[in-house]
Write a protein that binds this ligand. Sequence first.
Ligand SMILES: Nc1ncnc2c1ncn2[C@@H]1O[C@H](COP(=O)(O)OP(=O)(O)OP(=O)(O)O)[C@@H](O)[C@H]1O
Ligand SMILES: [Mg+2]
Length: 258
Amino acid sequence: MIQLENIYLSLGGRPILKNINFAVPRGETKVILGPSGSGKSSILKIILGLWRPDSGRVIIDGRDMTGASNEEWDRARYHIGMIFQEGALFDSLTVGENIGYWLFEHTKMSEEEIEVRVGRALVEVGLDPEILDRMPDELSGGMRRRVAIARALASLEPKIMLYDEPTTGLDPLAVETIIDQITSLQKRKEVTSLVVTHDISDALKVSNRFIMIAEGEVIFDGNSEELRGSNHPFVFRFLGPFKSTLAHAFASFGEEKG
Ligand SMILES: Nc1ncnc2c1ncn2[C@@H]1O[C@H](COP(=O)(O)OP(=O)(O)OP(=O)(O)O)[C@@H](O)[C@H]1O
Ligand SMILES: [Mg+2]
C-alpha cells in the first residue's frame, strides 16, 4: 500500500533523508521510531506528496507517484488521512466547520448531510457534539487531536492513515482514547497506517512492526522480538530505558499467538 524506494531528500542544502526504503502492506500498521530531528515527519510529508524527494520512488496503492502532477497528488490524498503533529486545525473555523471543511470544498453534499456526517464523526472519537460550535483554541490538546481524527473520518474513506506523534503531551486517559481510535480504525476499516512516536509502550499497543530512523536513515525494520534482540549500537541505546517494557510486551505477544 505504501512503498518508499531509495528516497533522498535535502532541504536548504542539508541532507535530511538518505536512502529510505520500506514498505507497509495493505491493512497493516507500522510504527516509525526515532529521535527528534531524525526525519520521521519528513517521511510522512513525502508520503503525502507535500515534499518531493530529490530522488527515489514513492508508490501509493500500487501507483508510482514519482513525477505525479499536483492534481494526481490531490486525488491520491483524498484517501489519506493525516493527523499532524501540531493538530493543524484551522483556528478561525469552529470545530464543526473544521470537520466539515473538506466535504464543503470537495463534494456536492448538502449542508444537512454534512452536518449529520460531522456529528457522527465527533461521536466516533468520543467527543460531545456540544463542542461543534467551539473554536479550536477553546479545546484541550487531546480534544484537538481527536477533532483532527474526526475530520479525517468524516472527510473520506481513508485507505491510509498517517499519525505524527498522536499521543505526545497527553494524559494517560487521553492517550488511551487515541490508541483505541487508531486500533479500531485498523480493524473496522482495514486501513493501512503509519504511526510516528517516541513512546515504545504506545508503539507496542498499535503494532508489532517497527522501523527506526536515525539521522535520516532506516537503521532497523522488524518486529518487537527483533527490535529487542538488535545489537545495532544506536537501537540498543535508544531502547535502553524501554528494555523491560519490550521484554514484557514480547512475552504477551507470544501468549496471544498461543
Ligand atoms: N521546512 C524545513 N526546512 C529545512 N529543514 C527542515 C524543515 N523541516 C524539517 N527540517 C529539518 O529536517 C530534519 C528532520 O526533521 P523532521 O521534522 O522530519 O524530524 P522528526 O524526526 O519528525 O523530529 P521530531 O521528533 O522532533 O518531530 C531536522 O533536522 C529538521 O531541522
Ligand atoms: Mg516530527
